[in-house]
Design a binder for this molecule. Structure first.
Ligand SMILES: Nc1ncnc2c1ncn2[C@@H]1O[C@H](COP(=O)(O)OP(=O)(O)OP(=O)(O)O)[C@@H](O)[C@H]1O
Length: 342
């Protein structure tokens, strides 16, 4: 890693950059007059603060990607926001994402950017890397082409990349290098808000560490807020300040990452933590019975109740609300705190 990775990080502030209220976004399909709703985001409230790395965890199909697409205003039919609001405050510039789509469109790259899982989805395989920078970043920076090139080259250098990558085609770079290039692309306009969707999933462990270090360094230097999505709890432990656990389209728990790991209040959080491998422990990890529910026909009450080892009658009848927890966060469980992590 380069020396810049050790840069000091400014403290997380109390200023909210993103505020999501009672957000519901469904995939709505109609076939032969029969309507089918997949409730992928179903009543989510959360805020992300300035200079915070906010993690979203949960197993496959829990709605993580749907949630971040919704908050970025990047949804397409059949997905629709059916209720709730998503609002940004970019240093006094307020954007209500679904009331002001044009404002949101204009804010992309400059104020908000995405680091996606498959770097190839943003890097065109038949175009040199420099074309991606020209296409996405040039018009947002208000620089002439020589100054733009200079800015891109010094940004790449700061991130430990040789500017010669600009002349390369994506297939000439390794997977880790391509992901570093997409991070450089997503951050060259110095956005206040960065969304990273499973950015390290396809990479081997050492490259993963390198890419995580890079995201952390860029975030620290820019003072940006980051929403970091991955199912990998060990990555959350390494990089996030606060963590939200998603289950079947809803939040199960949210809190400071360390506190959540030390003292999970929701049985699903406890399960995710208990299933992490530990050095020197060769015992078999117990998996959770059952599988995540269909979001087209989710269970009544708490959606986790059919798989929950401590469910009571009430759990199948009432929906638990997110209430303050003893870890300084929030939890949606009638039996919060009654669990232990093995
Ligand atoms: N275009 C679509 N039409 C209908 N349902 C969809 C569509 N895209 C996703 N879904 C459903 O929405 C739910 C949430 O999916 P989503 O991709 O947001 O979950 P995820 O937690 O990000 O999963 P993963 O970790 O596997 O990416 C799933 O049940 C999925 O099948």
């Amino acid at each position: 890693m380069t020396e810049t990775l050790l840069a000091e990080r400014p403290a997380v502030t109390n200023r909210d950059v993103l505020t999501i209220k009672d957000l519901k976004a469904y995939y709505i399909n109609e076939h032969f007059g029969v309507r089918r709703e997949v409730r992928a985001v179903d009543g989510i409230d959360l805020t992300v603060r300035r200079n915070e790395v906010y993690g979203i965890a949960g197993e496959s199909s829990s709605g993580k990607t749907s949630l971040i697409k919704t908050l970025a205003g990047a949804i397409r039919p059949p997905m629709r926001v059916v209720e709730g609001t998503v609002k940004f405050d970019f240093g006094g510039k307020h954007i209500d994402v679904y009331a002001e789509p044009a404002k949101m469109q204009a804010a992309r790259w400059q104020h908000l950017s995405y680091i996606m899982q498959g770097s190839m989805s943003v890097l065109n395989p038949v175009r040199r890397i420099k074309r991606a920078f020209n296409n996405f970043a040039y018009r947002h920076m208000g620089l002439d082409s020589a100054a733009f090139r200079h800015r891109v080259e010094s940004h790449l250098q700061r991130l430990g990349l040789d500017p010669s990558v600009l002349e390369a085609f994506p297939h000439q770079l390794s997977g880790g290098m391509r992901q570093r290039v997409t991070i450089a692309l997503a951050t060259v306009c110095e956005p206040e808000f960065i969304i990273a969707d499973e950015p390290t999933t396809a990479l081997d462990v050492l490259v993963q560490q390198d890419v995580l270090g890079l995201i952390k360094e860029v975030q620290g230097r820019l003072g940006s807020s980051v929403v970091f999505v991955t199912h990998d709890m060990s990555v959350h432990a390494a990089i996030t300040d606060r963590l939200a656990i998603m289950y079947a389209g809803r939040l199960a728990e949210e809190g400071p990452t360390q506190a959540l790991f030390d003292n999970p209040q929701h049985p699903y959080t406890a399960h995710l933590i208990a299933s992490l491998p530990r050095i020197g422990d060769i015992s078999t990890r117990k998996s959770l019975a059952g599988k995540p529910p269909s979001l087209a026909n989710p269970p009544s009450g708490c959606r986790f109740h059919p798989r929950c080892p401590i469910a009571i009658d009430r759990c199948s009848k009432e929906v638990p609300q997110m209430l303050p927890s003893t870890t300084g966060g929030r939890v949606a469980c009638f039996r919060a705190g009654e669990i232990s992590v093995q």
